[in-house]
Write a new protein. Structure first.
Length: 268
C-alpha cells in the first residue's frame, strides 16, 4: 500500500480541493484535440475509448453523467484507488477521442494545464479572485518538484516571462489534466489536478498547484495499454466499483522546503 503522507518535511499546509484554471497572462488556445469533460463538481479526462480519469474526491457512482463536447456519457462504473486520490470512470458509450498517458515528466518541465472550473475575476496586487461561473480554460506552468506520489508547481508571476499564460487550479478543476506537449502539438496526460495551497476563492501569487502523476497509479486499476486504448485485464486488481465517495472538500497535505526533490519519473 502506498501512503499519501509526505515524510521529512517542515511545514503543514492546508490546501483547498482543486475543482477551473486561473491564468496570469493570456489563456492558451483550446487545443484541437481536447478531451476534458465535466464530472459532478469537477473535471475528468478521457484516456480510452470508454474510460475517463478523475480525482477520487470528486465522487460519482454508476449512472453519473460525464459531459464532453456537448455530449453526455453515462458512467457504467466509478472505481476509486484505495490509497491515492484518483478514480477511473468507465462509460457505456464510445468516446470521440482521448489522451494517451505518459510518465515522462520531471522538475523544470513545462506542462499544459486544462480544466472546467472557475476562472479569475478581479485581479489584485497579491493575486486573483475566483469567478462565480466555470468554463474550460487552458494555461501552462513549470513543474517545481515531485515528491512522494505528488507533483507541485508555483503560481509565481516572477516566472511569467517564460510563459504566455501561467496557470493554477481553482474550484471545478479537480480531475483536470496536466499534460506534456509533444513537438507535433498533441498532448499526453501526465497527471490530474488534486488541489491548491492557500485560501479557497483566491489564487495568491506564491501558491502551489498540486497534481498526481498517473502513469504508475493507472496500472493498479487492472487496465492494459494496447494500441493507445485501455482494455480490462482478467481479474481486476482493485475492489468493486465504489458506491459513494466524499464530496469535494478541503484536505491537508504535508510539504516543505526540506522535502527531498524527485527528478524525472519513468516507468520501467
Amino acid at each position: 500500500m502506498r501512503s499519501i503522507a509526505l515524510t521529512g518535511i517542515a511545514v503543514l499546509a492546508a490546501t483547498s480541493a482543486a475543482q477551473g484554471v486561473i491564468i496570469h497572462g493570456d489563456q492558451l488556445d483550446r487545443p484541437e484535440q481536447s478531451f476534458i469533460g465535466v464530472f459532478r463538481g469537477g473535471s475528468a479526462v478521457a484516456i480510452g475509448e470508454n474510460y475517463f480519469i478523475t480525482a477520487a474526491h470528486v465522487g460519482g457512482v454508476s449512472r453519473s453523467i460525464v459531459e464532453l463536447g456537448g455530449e453526455r456519457y453515462i458512467a457504467k462504473s466509478v472505481t476509486r484507488h484505495p490509497d491515492l486520490d484518483i478514480a477511473v470512470i468507465e462509460v457505456e458509450e464510445s468516446l470521440p477521442g482521448w489522451h494517451n498517458i505518459t510518465d515522462d515528466i520531471g522538475r523544470g518541465d513545462r506542462v499544459v494545464v486544462g480544466g472546467n472550473g472557475k476562472v479569475q475575476s478581479k485581479k489584485g496586487r497579491k493575486g486573483y479572485k475566483w469567478s462565480k461561473g466555470r468554463e474550460e480554460v487552458w494555461g501552462e506552468n513549470i513543474v517545481n518538484f515531485l515528491h512522494g506520489d505528488y507533483g507541485f508547481f508555483d503560481f509565481d508571476r516572477r516566472i511569467s516571462r517564460r510563459l504566455d499564460g501561467e496557470a493554477i487550479f481553482s474550484q471545478g478543476d479537480s480531475g483536470g489534466g496536466v499534460f506534456v506537449e509533444n513537438e507535433d502539438g498533441t498532448l499526453e496526460l501526465a497527471g490530474i489536478a488534486i488541489g491548491v495551497t492557500g485560501k479557497s476563492g483566491f489564487s495568491r501569487f506564491g501558491n502551489l498547484g498540486v497534481f498526481l502523476p498517473i502513469a504508475d497509479a493507472i496500472n493498479d486499476f487492472g487496465l492494459d495499454f494496447q494500441a493507445s486504448e485501455l482494455e480490462k485485464i482478467e481479474g481486476p486488481l482493485l475492489d468493486d466499483p465504489i458506491a459513494e465517495t466524499p464530496s469535494p472538500s478541503s484536505f491537508v497535505l504535508l510539504m516543505g522546503a526540506g522535502a527531498a526533490i524527485t527528478s524525472r519519473r519513468r516507468r520501467a
